[in-house]
Design a protein around this ligand. Structure first.
Ligand SMILES: [Zn+2]
Length: 251
């Protein structure tokens, strides 16, 4: 099967494509209404294989802005749309944010550096979005600690801090965690052994408080984490070990 290499929208929006200002993703309408149409199946394959497409954004008749790379990051059967993420500065809704952050550089009169900085900020954000998508999908959109399934409440936590913003954030360096467990993991309230067993900071184990502490934190002690189905997506034991040592040193 040949996979599509590009997607195209027109300024008249015949496919009713739209931008979501919150997620900063393009909602790209299916071809027709049949989810199993070859074009739609092809785009779904690109999503599964995490391969980029060229995105042609029509500015006016016969004039397109070509954007590379764009990634299909979501598939909404009910709305008959794909979600598409791109880092292209001309198309990022948070471009003005990057410009604000770049004001100091502009004041220094360095336009080139400012432009570079804005692009880099967008690239970093794109990578974070893609990382979240991949990690949540690997964990079947559940918290690895408590199995909470509410997507808006889930984050992709880094096991070891991802220092290189342009590096490819890998799923084995991630944990799908709900907001409270993400904060508890980052705050060293909870640790995970290289074998994937949750440990609660000892002083916290003996504290008395309401149900959140009792069930949400203390109850996790010595419980195994919920792992992704695919072995290749499992958290990397070496990275867990590194992080667990940090956790042990924190108390
Ligand atoms: Zn949780």
């Amino acid at each position: 099967m040949e996979l599509p290499i590009s997607i195209t929208t027109s300024p008249k929006n015949p496919y009713q494509d739209s931008f979501d200002p919150v997620t900063r993703e393009l909602h790209y309408r299916y071809f027709g209404r049949d989810p199993d149409h070859t074009d739609n199946v092809g785009l779904r394959r690109l999503m599964a294989e995490q391969r980029p497409v060229i995105y042609f954004h029509a500015i006016q008749k016969g004039m397109y802005l070509s954007i590379w790379p764009a990634y299909i990051v979501g598939d909404d059967l009910n709305a008959l749309t794909f979600r598409v993420a791109t880092d292209h500065p001309a198309f990022a809704h948070d471009q003005w944010m990057a410009q604000q952050e770049g004001v100091a550089l502009a004041a220094a009169g360095d336009r080139e550096l400012e432009r570079h900085y804005a692009t880099r900020t967008n690239v970093t954000r794109l990578h974070q979005r893609l990382f979240r998508n991949r990690v949540l999908r690997a964990y079947q959109t559940r918290c690895a600690f408590c199995r909470l399934r509410q997507e808006p409440l889930l984050d992709a936590a880094h096991i070891v801090a991802d220092k290189d913003p342009t590096g490819n954030p890998a799923v084995p360096n991630g944990l799908s965690l709900c907001k409270i467990h993400h904060a508890a993991f980052d705050g060293m309230f909870l640790g995970v052994t290289p074998k994937g067993v949750i440990h609660v900071r000892p002083d916290l184990l003996h504290e008395k408080d309401g149900p959140m502490l009792r069930h949400g934190l203390q109850g996790l002690h010595e419980q195994p984490i919920h792992r992704p189905r695919r072995a290749a997506d499992h958290p990397d034991p070496d990275r867990l070990d590194l992080r667990y040592r940090e956790f042990r040193q924190a108390y």
